[in-house]
Structure formats: structure tokens, C-alpha cells
Design a protein around this ligand. Structure first.
Ligand SMILES: Cc1cc2nc3c(=O)[nH]c(=O)nc-3n(C[C@H](O)[C@H](O)[C@H](O)COP(=O)(O)O)c2cc1C
Ligand code: SF4
Length: 415
């Protein structure tokens, strides 16, 4: 590597008219700790305050639902008119802590991943094992309006932009995947399947009409099951990036300034979304997809690569590499220098150490708490508990211990 990794990772980058102070990007990480109206709670506020103190370049506000009607988690953050004032106060508080950190809201609708225990599961074409009420064209029109209202609320709250979520099996990705071969306005041909995303961008841009407000999307480049996005067709699991790359170019034409590369649909293909201890080298798939995206976008469009948590300090189970060439900092700086990615995203690592960029800039690398990939935080997500790092934060260790005790008791009761 020609330049020192620290210089590269801590160098600023422009996104549209805005500047990120460094190359560290915090992934959207749902923590199911909102209050009963979907507003940020004390726990939520504490999590984001730490990330702002930690000095990341850009932070994503976790998947925030545009509707109560169809949502995946009971204590999910929500973005409807009733949340506007609380969201504004929340963002003002964060900006006071560190005005240099950018924050974008990840707007979402859960579609067939909505939890039928407390909301309505809806689908564009029932996926085996999921299903739900079939969406009609006027339902999609209403959902589009909800997204536009949500984008306006984010703008008024002082967010720096939005991530119109097109990944991980939620509604945005359900519509674009080849499996949606139903003959309707939003299904079948690629023109029809891409209509929702393209129209949404045009309408959000028209409504906000401010070039300083960032618009982008997190996209699953390959969902990893037959008919998933990034496959050859409705019944093929084979990777074909034609549609994902066409989507990205189409969204760029409609004003997207950044993309977060991702993969998988975690309720089906978890290890593709977040490479785990058993297959850490899946992270290299993400590096490859980011490189493919970089080849087709304009030089100024910022590409953020996923799955960097896995690399950690180099002790990651990836074999046949020297430790110093196997770490997050090494791969991140190398891929940035080679033009394969512009920023590196951390999900679980942002739980493990919200202060990572600050520690790196202050020469305190040896104080960084590295994610152990135990995936206990994922267990808390699956069980819909309040989420955080169970390894380094005692509060969440206790949540995990109590949750397991409770689940054990429930199991005993039913046997
Ligand atoms: C507890 C938890 C919550 C997550 N919430 C979201 C979310 O709200 N939106 C999203 O796009 N991805 C979500 N993800 C996926 C992460 O953003 C990220 O794509 C994935 O963990 C890979 O990054 P990492 O290897 O750095 O953890 C979540 C993952 C976990 C473990
Ligand atoms: S709970 Fe485990 S996987 Fe999750 S952030 Fe902490 S160390 Fe990483």
C-alpha cells in the first residue's frame, strides 16, 4: 500500500455538496428500543450520541418505518407526522454533540416481512414460507405517498439525507426481484419491477427539491435464493448483476448521490448479509460487488462497501493471509486506494466500539474493542429485545442473559 491506512481512512470525501469527515460509515442497525409511539427512547438517544462522539463520517439512522400498518418489529422507530417533533429534537441534540457527522434516515416498509402478530403482512407475490395479503396498485400508490411524507419529515427534522431502502428482503427489494413475475404495474418485466424505485426517487426529489439533501439506497446485489434480486430469473439462483447495475445507473440518473452495497435477505440468507464466524470470506463477495458498482457509476457517486466488521483486527479466521494484511483497516484502505470502494461500512463493529474513528485518529488503536462475531446481538434482534453489543456493554449482556432465562422458562412450560 502506497499510503498509510490511517491517512486514507481518515481522509474526507464529498458526497454531493456535502463533506464526510472520514471514510467510516455506520450501517443501519435496528435496535428495537423505540418508545410506544415509535420515537427515539433514552436508549436510542444514547446509542446515536456515542456514534456522534465517536466521529464517524456518516451514520445511518436504522430502518425507520413509514407506516404502523405493516412493520417488522414492535419497538421499531417510526416516521409519521406524529413523530416529527421528537425526531427534530433528536437530530438537533446529535448535531450539538458533533456537527461534522452526517446522518441519513433509512426509510422502510416491511411488506412480506411485516410481523402478523401486530401488523399486516402484505406481499407483491407470495414467497414460499412468507406470503401475506396481495398488494394492489392503489396500495402501492399509498405506500409511495407514505415514503414521500417520511422523506419530508426527515428533511424538516434536520437529517442530511435518506436511504430509500432497497435491500434485505423488505418491500423495496420484494418489488424489484425477478421472483415478482406477477402481471401488474409493478411486476413482470424489468421496466415494471424498477418502476417503484425510479418513481419514488423522482417524487422524493421533486418534493424536497434541495440538492444539499442526500438521496441514496442500500441495495442487495444478490439475494442468494431462486428469483432473488441479482439472479438470472424468477426460478434461478445464479448470480446476474445486470439488473442491480441497471438499477444503480437508473437511480443515479434520478439524483442518487451514494449507494450502500449489500447482499442477501437476512431472514433467508443471513450469512450473505452479514458474513459470520463460519464463513468470514463471504465478505469478499461484497468487495467484489462494490468493485462492479464502481465500474458503472460516475466518479462523484459515492460507493460504500459492506461487511467490513468481519475483518476486525486480522484475527478473523480467514486463512492463508498474514494478520497485518487481513484486517479491516488494511482491506478498507487498500480497496479505497485501488478505487474499488469509497467508504467502508461497519454494522456490528459500530456496536462493539462506537468510538472507533476517534480512537484511530488519536493513536489509540490498541484500545479498540473488536467485534468477536458471536452474533448475540443478532439473537436479540430475532427475539425482538433491545439490542446492543452483549460482549462489551454490560447492559446488553444482562438483556441477553435474562432473555435466554425467559426463553428457557417458556420452553419448560410448554414441554
Ligand atoms: C442487530 C442488527 C440490526 C440490523 N438492522 C439493519 C437495518 O435496520 N437496516 C439494514 O439495512 N440492515 C440492518 N442490519 C444489517 C447491517 O446493517 C449490515 O448490513 C450487516 O450487519 C453487515 O455488516 P457488518 O458485517 O459490519 O455487521 C442489521 C444487522 C444486525 C446484526
Ligand atoms: S454482540 Fe457479538 S457480534 Fe454483536 S457486536 Fe458484540 S461482539 Fe459483535
Amino acid at each position: 500500500m502506497k499510503q498509510n491506512y490511517k491517512d486514507i481512512l481518515l481522509s474526507p470525501i464529498k458526497i454531493g455538496t456535502r463533506t464526510c469527515q472520514n471514510r467510516f460509515f455506520v450501517q443501519a442497525m435496528e435496535c428495537t428500543d423505540a418508545d410506544q409511539d415509535g420515537n427515539p427512547s433514552e436508549l436510542t438517544i444514547q446509542r446515536y450520541e456515542n456514534l456522534f462522539k465517536g466521529g464517524y463520517g456518516m451514520v445511518t439512522l436504522e430502518a425507520i418505518t413509514v407506516t404502523d400498518e405493516s412493520r417488522s418489529r414492535k419497538q421499531q422507530l417510526s416516521i409519521m407526522p406524529r413523530n416529527a417533533a421528537k425526531l427534530r429534537t433528536f437530530i438537533q441534540g446529535l448535531k450539538k454533540i458533533n456537527p461534522n457527522v452526517l446522518i441519513v434516515f433509512q426509510l422502510t416498509h416491511s411488506g412480506e416481512l411485516s410481523n402478523p402478530e401486530f401488523s399486516k403482512r402484505v406481499t407483491v407475490k407470495p414467497l414460499p414460507g412468507f406470503g401475506g395479503e396481495l398488494l394492489q396498485e392503489d396500495d402501492v400508490e399509498k405506500i409511495m405517498e407514505e415514503f414521500i411524507t417520511a422523506a419530508s419529515i426527515a428533511y424538516d427534522a434536520g437529517a442530511d439525507g435518506v436511504d430509500l431502502k432497497l435491500c434485505h428482503g423488505y418491500l423495496g427489494s420484494q418489488i424489484i426481484r425477478p421472483y415478482n413475475d406477477r402481471k401488474w404495474k409493478y411486476g413482470g418485466s424489468w421496466d415494471n419491477r424498477s418502476r417503484f424505485a425510479f418513481d419514488l426517487y423522482e417524487r422524493v426529489n421533486k418534493k424536497i427539491n434541495d440538492k444539499n439533501f442526500l438521496i441514496g439506497s442500500k441495495i442487495s446485489m444478490w439475494e442468494g435464493f431462486p428469483g432473488g434480486f441479482g439472479t438470472e430469473g424468477p426460478d434461478s439462483p445464479i448470480i446476474d448483476l445486470t439488473e442491480p447495475l441497471d438499477l444503480i445507473k437508473g437511480l443515479e440518473d434520478r439524483g442518487a448521490q451514494y449507494f450502500v452495497e449489500s447482499g442477501g435477505s437476512p431472514s433467508i440468507t443471513t450469512a450473505i448479509t452479514q458474513a459470520d464466524k463460519n464463513a468470514p470470506y463471504f465478505a469478499f463477495l461484497h468487495n467484489t460487488w462494490a468493485k462492479e458498482i464502481k465500474k458503472v457509476v460516475k466518479p462523484e457517486t459515492v460507493i460504500i462497501g459492506s461487511n467490513f466488521s468481519v475483518f476486525g483486527d486480522g484475527n478473523n479466521g480467514i486463512l492463508a493471509v498474514e494478520k497485518e494484511n487481513n484486517s479491516m483497516f488494511h482491506y478498507g484502505a487498500k480497496f479505497i486506494e485501488e478505487g474499488k470502494v469509497d467508504m467502508i461500512a461497519v454494522g456490528r463493529q459500530s456496536f462493539a466500539d462506537p468510538f472507533l474513528p476517534k480512537k484511530l485518529s488519536e493513536g489509540k488503536e490498541n484500545e479498540i474493542s473488536w467485534c468477536t462475531l458471536c452474533d448475540n446481538c443478532l439473537e436479540l434482534l430475532i427475539r425482538q429485545r433491545t439490542i446492543g453489543c452483549c460482549t462489551y456493554n454490560k447492559y446488553y449482556t444482562d438483556v441477553l442473559v435474562n432473555t435466554r432465562k425467559e426463553c428457557g422458562r417458556l420452553k419448560q412450560k410448554h414441554t
